[in-house]
Ligand binder design. Sequence first.
Ligand code: BDR
Ligand code: CA
Length: 303
Amino acid sequence: MRKIIIDCDPGHDDIMAIITALAHKDELDIIGITTVAGNQTLDKVTNNILKVENYLGINIPVYSGYDKPIIKPSMPQPIAHGESGMDGPILEESKVKASNKHALDFYKEVLEKEKITIVALAPLTNLGMLIATYPNLKDNIEQIVLMGGALNGGNINKYAEFNIWHDPEAAKIVFDSNIKVVMAPIEVCESGAILLSEVNNISYDKKVSKLVRELFDFYCNYAIERNLDRTSIFDVVPIVYLLKPELFKYELGTVDIVLDGVDSQGQTIFKKDENGCHIVLLETDRERFIKVFIDAINVLDDN
Ligand code: BDR
Ligand code: CA
Protein backbone atom coordinates (compact mmCIF):
# COMPACT_ATOMS: atom_id res chain seq x y z
CA MET A 1 0.00 0.00 0.00
CA ARG A 2 1.49 3.33 -1.04
CA LYS A 3 0.61 6.48 0.91
CA ILE A 4 0.12 9.52 -1.31
CA ILE A 5 -0.80 13.18 -1.04
CA ILE A 6 -2.52 14.67 -4.09
CA ASP A 7 -1.78 18.32 -4.88
CA CYS A 8 -4.38 19.62 -7.32
CA ASP A 9 -6.48 22.46 -8.79
CA PRO A 10 -9.80 20.76 -9.68
CA GLY A 11 -10.27 20.96 -12.56
CA HIS A 12 -12.19 18.31 -14.52
CA ASP A 13 -9.24 15.99 -15.08
CA ASP A 14 -8.03 16.45 -11.49
CA ILE A 15 -11.34 14.97 -10.31
CA MET A 16 -11.09 12.13 -12.85
CA ALA A 17 -7.62 11.37 -11.47
CA ILE A 18 -8.86 11.33 -7.87
CA ILE A 19 -11.73 9.02 -8.87
CA THR A 20 -9.22 6.65 -10.52
CA ALA A 21 -7.15 6.60 -7.33
CA LEU A 22 -10.20 6.08 -5.09
CA ALA A 23 -11.06 2.88 -6.93
CA HIS A 24 -7.70 1.38 -5.90
CA LYS A 25 -7.90 1.66 -2.13
CA ASP A 26 -5.69 -1.42 -1.68
CA GLU A 27 -2.87 0.18 -3.63
CA LEU A 28 -3.17 3.92 -2.99
CA ASP A 29 -3.97 5.47 0.37
CA ILE A 30 -4.75 9.18 -0.17
CA ILE A 31 -3.85 10.68 3.20
CA GLY A 32 -4.61 14.25 2.19
CA ILE A 33 -5.50 16.52 -0.70
CA THR A 34 -3.83 19.91 -1.05
CA THR A 35 -5.06 22.65 -3.37
CA VAL A 36 -3.34 25.48 -5.18
CA ALA A 37 -4.32 28.32 -7.53
CA GLY A 38 -4.23 27.13 -11.12
CA ASN A 39 -7.20 26.27 -13.30
CA GLN A 40 -9.20 28.66 -11.14
CA THR A 41 -8.71 30.68 -7.97
CA LEU A 42 -7.67 28.87 -4.80
CA ASP A 43 -11.11 29.36 -3.24
CA LYS A 44 -12.89 27.90 -6.26
CA VAL A 45 -10.69 24.83 -6.71
CA THR A 46 -10.82 24.10 -2.97
CA ASN A 47 -14.59 24.42 -3.01
CA ASN A 48 -14.74 22.06 -6.00
CA ILE A 49 -12.93 19.21 -4.28
CA LEU A 50 -15.03 19.68 -1.14
CA LYS A 51 -18.23 19.49 -3.22
CA VAL A 52 -17.02 16.33 -4.97
CA GLU A 53 -16.10 14.69 -1.65
CA ASN A 54 -19.53 15.56 -0.31
CA TYR A 55 -21.20 14.12 -3.44
CA LEU A 56 -19.17 10.92 -3.26
CA GLY A 57 -19.63 10.59 0.50
CA ILE A 58 -15.91 10.60 1.30
CA ASN A 59 -13.93 12.64 3.77
CA ILE A 60 -10.27 12.96 2.83
CA PRO A 61 -8.82 16.02 4.61
CA VAL A 62 -8.34 19.01 2.29
CA TYR A 63 -5.66 21.64 2.94
CA SER A 64 -5.53 24.78 0.84
CA GLY A 65 -2.17 26.15 -0.12
CA TYR A 66 -0.97 29.15 -2.10
CA ASP A 67 -3.38 31.47 -3.87
CA LYS A 68 -0.81 32.72 -6.39
CA PRO A 69 2.47 31.62 -7.95
CA ILE A 70 5.75 32.55 -6.27
CA ILE A 71 6.38 35.54 -8.56
CA LYS A 72 3.75 35.75 -11.31
CA PRO A 73 0.09 36.70 -10.77
CA SER A 74 -2.47 33.91 -10.88
CA MET A 75 -3.92 33.27 -14.37
CA PRO A 76 -7.09 31.10 -14.18
CA GLN A 77 -8.19 29.20 -17.31
CA PRO A 78 -11.98 29.55 -17.74
CA ILE A 79 -11.78 28.40 -21.38
CA ALA A 80 -10.62 24.94 -20.34
CA HIS A 81 -12.45 24.56 -17.02
CA GLY A 82 -15.19 27.22 -16.88
CA GLU A 83 -15.85 30.04 -14.41
CA SER A 84 -16.22 27.60 -11.52
CA GLY A 85 -13.08 25.66 -12.50
CA MET A 86 -15.29 22.57 -12.79
CA ASP A 87 -18.22 23.58 -15.00
CA GLY A 88 -20.71 20.84 -15.93
CA PRO A 89 -22.01 19.04 -12.85
CA ILE A 90 -24.21 21.03 -10.49
CA LEU A 91 -23.25 19.81 -7.02
CA GLU A 92 -24.50 20.79 -3.59
CA GLU A 93 -22.21 22.96 -1.49
CA SER A 94 -20.37 20.94 1.14
CA LYS A 95 -20.88 21.63 4.83
CA VAL A 96 -17.35 20.38 5.45
CA LYS A 97 -14.65 23.02 5.13
CA ALA A 98 -11.01 22.76 4.27
CA SER A 99 -8.71 22.31 7.27
CA ASN A 100 -7.52 25.48 9.02
CA LYS A 101 -4.01 24.13 8.54
CA HIS A 102 -2.15 25.52 5.53
CA ALA A 103 -1.01 22.91 2.98
CA LEU A 104 2.63 23.74 3.78
CA ASP A 105 2.11 22.91 7.47
CA PHE A 106 0.37 19.68 6.53
CA TYR A 107 3.31 18.60 4.35
CA LYS A 108 5.73 19.51 7.14
CA GLU A 109 3.80 17.51 9.72
CA VAL A 110 3.62 14.41 7.48
CA LEU A 111 7.19 14.55 6.18
CA GLU A 112 8.61 14.88 9.67
CA LYS A 113 7.08 11.49 10.41
CA GLU A 114 7.28 9.41 7.24
CA LYS A 115 8.24 9.01 3.59
CA ILE A 116 5.53 9.85 1.14
CA THR A 117 4.83 10.01 -2.61
CA ILE A 118 3.36 13.29 -3.82
CA VAL A 119 1.14 13.33 -6.90
CA ALA A 120 1.10 16.84 -8.37
CA LEU A 121 -1.71 17.68 -10.81
CA ALA A 122 -1.42 21.46 -10.81
CA PRO A 123 1.07 24.34 -10.84
CA LEU A 124 3.95 23.48 -8.50
CA THR A 125 3.68 26.46 -6.12
CA ASN A 126 2.92 24.41 -2.99
CA LEU A 127 5.76 21.99 -3.66
CA GLY A 128 8.27 24.66 -4.66
CA MET A 129 7.51 26.55 -1.46
CA LEU A 130 7.74 23.33 0.56
CA ILE A 131 11.20 22.49 -0.76
CA ALA A 132 12.43 26.08 -0.45
CA THR A 133 11.12 26.45 3.12
CA TYR A 134 12.01 23.01 4.48
CA PRO A 135 14.91 21.65 2.41
CA ASN A 136 15.70 19.23 5.25
CA LEU A 137 12.41 17.39 4.62
CA LYS A 138 13.33 16.53 1.01
CA ASP A 139 14.67 13.09 1.90
CA ASN A 140 11.23 12.00 3.01
CA ILE A 141 9.69 12.82 -0.36
CA GLU A 142 9.91 9.39 -1.98
CA GLN A 143 9.07 10.82 -5.38
CA ILE A 144 6.94 13.47 -7.02
CA VAL A 145 4.81 12.12 -9.85
CA LEU A 146 3.48 15.09 -11.77
CA MET A 147 1.44 16.09 -14.78
CA GLY A 148 3.25 18.91 -16.47
CA GLY A 149 5.64 19.92 -19.17
CA ALA A 150 5.88 19.38 -22.90
CA LEU A 151 8.51 17.89 -25.15
CA ASN A 152 7.38 19.13 -28.59
CA GLY A 153 5.20 22.20 -28.16
CA GLY A 154 2.96 23.60 -25.47
CA ASN A 155 -0.72 24.15 -24.76
CA ILE A 156 -0.37 27.63 -23.22
CA ASN A 157 2.41 29.18 -25.25
CA LYS A 158 4.47 27.87 -28.14
CA TYR A 159 6.58 25.58 -25.95
CA ALA A 160 5.10 25.39 -22.46
CA GLU A 161 2.41 23.40 -20.74
CA PHE A 162 0.02 25.18 -18.35
CA ASN A 163 1.03 23.69 -14.96
CA ILE A 164 4.73 24.48 -15.45
CA TRP A 165 4.08 27.84 -17.15
CA HIS A 166 1.78 29.06 -14.36
CA ASP A 167 4.59 28.93 -11.81
CA PRO A 168 7.93 28.33 -13.57
CA GLU A 169 9.95 29.46 -10.53
CA ALA A 170 8.28 26.81 -8.38
CA ALA A 171 8.80 24.19 -11.11
CA LYS A 172 12.48 25.06 -11.25
CA ILE A 173 12.83 24.54 -7.49
CA VAL A 174 11.14 21.14 -7.81
CA PHE A 175 13.17 19.93 -10.81
CA ASP A 176 16.48 21.23 -9.40
CA SER A 177 15.90 19.66 -5.97
CA ASN A 178 17.46 16.24 -6.65
CA ILE A 179 14.19 14.60 -5.62
CA LYS A 180 13.05 11.79 -7.93
CA VAL A 181 10.49 13.37 -10.26
CA VAL A 182 8.33 11.44 -12.71
CA MET A 183 7.01 13.88 -15.31
CA ALA A 184 3.95 13.17 -17.45
CA PRO A 185 4.16 15.77 -20.23
CA ILE A 186 1.47 16.66 -22.75
CA GLU A 187 2.66 14.03 -25.24
CA VAL A 188 2.14 10.98 -23.03
CA CYS A 189 -1.28 12.37 -22.11
CA GLU A 190 -2.14 12.73 -25.80
CA SER A 191 -1.08 9.15 -26.45
CA GLY A 192 -3.68 8.05 -23.90
CA ALA A 193 -6.47 10.41 -24.96
CA ILE A 194 -10.04 9.18 -24.58
CA LEU A 195 -12.14 9.01 -27.77
CA LEU A 196 -15.35 11.06 -27.73
CA SER A 197 -17.11 7.84 -28.74
CA GLU A 198 -15.78 6.24 -25.53
CA VAL A 199 -17.01 9.23 -23.52
CA ASN A 200 -20.46 8.73 -25.04
CA ASN A 201 -20.51 5.20 -23.61
CA ILE A 202 -20.25 6.53 -20.04
CA SER A 203 -23.80 6.52 -18.71
CA TYR A 204 -25.63 9.10 -16.63
CA ASP A 205 -27.28 6.30 -14.67
CA LYS A 206 -25.01 5.75 -11.69
CA LYS A 207 -23.50 8.10 -9.15
CA VAL A 208 -19.85 8.16 -10.20
CA SER A 209 -20.41 7.67 -13.91
CA LYS A 210 -22.96 10.53 -13.85
CA LEU A 211 -20.41 12.85 -12.28
CA VAL A 212 -17.72 11.86 -14.77
CA ARG A 213 -20.10 12.16 -17.73
CA GLU A 214 -21.22 15.62 -16.60
CA LEU A 215 -17.59 16.67 -16.24
CA PHE A 216 -17.00 15.54 -19.82
CA ASP A 217 -20.09 17.44 -20.99
CA PHE A 218 -18.14 20.65 -20.43
CA TYR A 219 -14.59 19.34 -20.80
CA CYS A 220 -15.17 17.88 -24.29
CA ASN A 221 -16.37 21.21 -25.71
CA TYR A 222 -12.77 22.16 -26.40
CA ALA A 223 -12.26 19.07 -28.58
CA ILE A 224 -15.68 19.28 -30.23
CA GLU A 225 -15.16 22.92 -31.23
CA ARG A 226 -11.87 21.94 -32.87
CA ASN A 227 -13.32 18.91 -34.65
CA LEU A 228 -11.14 16.50 -32.71
CA ASP A 229 -12.24 12.92 -32.09
CA ARG A 230 -10.57 12.63 -28.65
CA THR A 231 -9.48 14.56 -25.58
CA SER A 232 -6.55 14.14 -23.22
CA ILE A 233 -7.37 13.42 -19.56
CA PHE A 234 -4.03 14.81 -18.44
CA ASP A 235 -4.12 14.40 -14.67
CA VAL A 236 -5.25 10.78 -14.82
CA VAL A 237 -1.83 9.83 -16.22
CA PRO A 238 0.25 10.12 -13.00
CA ILE A 239 -2.28 8.01 -11.10
CA VAL A 240 -2.38 5.27 -13.74
CA TYR A 241 1.43 5.35 -13.84
CA LEU A 242 1.54 4.63 -10.09
CA LEU A 243 -0.94 1.78 -10.52
CA LYS A 244 0.45 0.27 -13.72
CA PRO A 245 3.90 1.58 -14.66
CA GLU A 246 4.20 -1.23 -17.20
CA LEU A 247 1.74 0.63 -19.46
CA PHE A 248 4.30 3.38 -20.09
CA LYS A 249 7.43 3.95 -22.15
CA TYR A 250 9.80 6.35 -20.44
CA GLU A 251 13.29 7.79 -20.47
CA LEU A 252 15.67 8.82 -17.68
CA GLY A 253 17.32 12.23 -17.71
CA THR A 254 17.20 15.76 -16.46
CA VAL A 255 14.60 18.44 -17.09
CA ASP A 256 15.52 22.10 -17.13
CA ILE A 257 12.87 24.82 -16.73
CA VAL A 258 13.01 28.00 -18.84
CA LEU A 259 12.09 31.02 -16.71
CA ASP A 260 11.73 33.78 -19.30
CA GLY A 261 10.57 34.62 -22.82
CA VAL A 262 6.96 35.17 -23.93
CA ASP A 263 7.02 32.05 -26.08
CA SER A 264 9.22 29.95 -23.88
CA GLN A 265 8.54 30.72 -20.22
CA GLY A 266 7.77 27.39 -18.56
CA GLN A 267 9.34 25.32 -21.33
CA THR A 268 10.72 21.97 -20.12
CA ILE A 269 14.00 21.04 -21.78
CA PHE A 270 14.76 17.35 -21.44
CA LYS A 271 18.21 15.78 -21.80
CA LYS A 272 18.67 12.02 -21.67
CA ASP A 273 21.01 10.92 -18.91
CA GLU A 274 21.13 7.46 -17.35
CA ASN A 275 22.12 9.02 -14.03
CA GLY A 276 19.45 11.73 -14.07
CA CYS A 277 16.81 11.79 -11.34
CA HIS A 278 13.95 12.67 -13.68
CA ILE A 279 11.82 10.08 -15.43
CA VAL A 280 9.90 11.40 -18.41
CA LEU A 281 6.92 9.38 -19.56
CA LEU A 282 6.80 9.24 -23.34
CA GLU A 283 3.90 7.07 -24.40
CA THR A 284 1.19 4.81 -23.02
CA ASP A 285 -0.83 1.89 -24.33
CA ARG A 286 -4.02 3.87 -25.02
CA GLU A 287 -6.57 1.09 -24.78
CA ARG A 288 -5.21 -0.38 -21.57
CA PHE A 289 -4.82 3.10 -20.06
CA ILE A 290 -8.44 4.00 -20.81
CA LYS A 291 -9.59 0.64 -19.46
CA VAL A 292 -7.99 1.44 -16.07
CA PHE A 293 -9.93 4.73 -16.01
CA ILE A 294 -13.29 3.29 -17.09
CA ASP A 295 -12.91 0.27 -14.79
CA ALA A 296 -12.28 2.64 -11.87
CA ILE A 297 -15.60 4.40 -12.47
CA ASN A 298 -17.42 1.05 -12.62
CA VAL A 299 -15.69 -0.33 -9.52
CA LEU A 300 -16.77 2.70 -7.48
CA ASP A 301 -20.32 2.52 -8.80
CA ASP A 302 -20.61 -1.21 -8.09
CA ASN A 303 -19.47 -0.88 -4.46
C1 BDR B 1 -3.03 20.64 -16.99
O1 BDR B 1 -3.59 21.95 -16.84
C2 BDR B 1 -4.92 21.87 -16.36
O2 BDR B 1 -5.75 22.52 -17.24
C3 BDR B 1 -5.27 20.40 -16.21
O3 BDR B 1 -6.01 20.18 -15.02
C4 BDR B 1 -3.93 19.71 -16.19
O4 BDR B 1 -3.43 19.61 -14.86
C5 BDR B 1 -2.93 20.31 -18.46
O5 BDR B 1 -2.06 21.19 -19.11
CA1 CA C 1 -4.91 19.99 -12.90
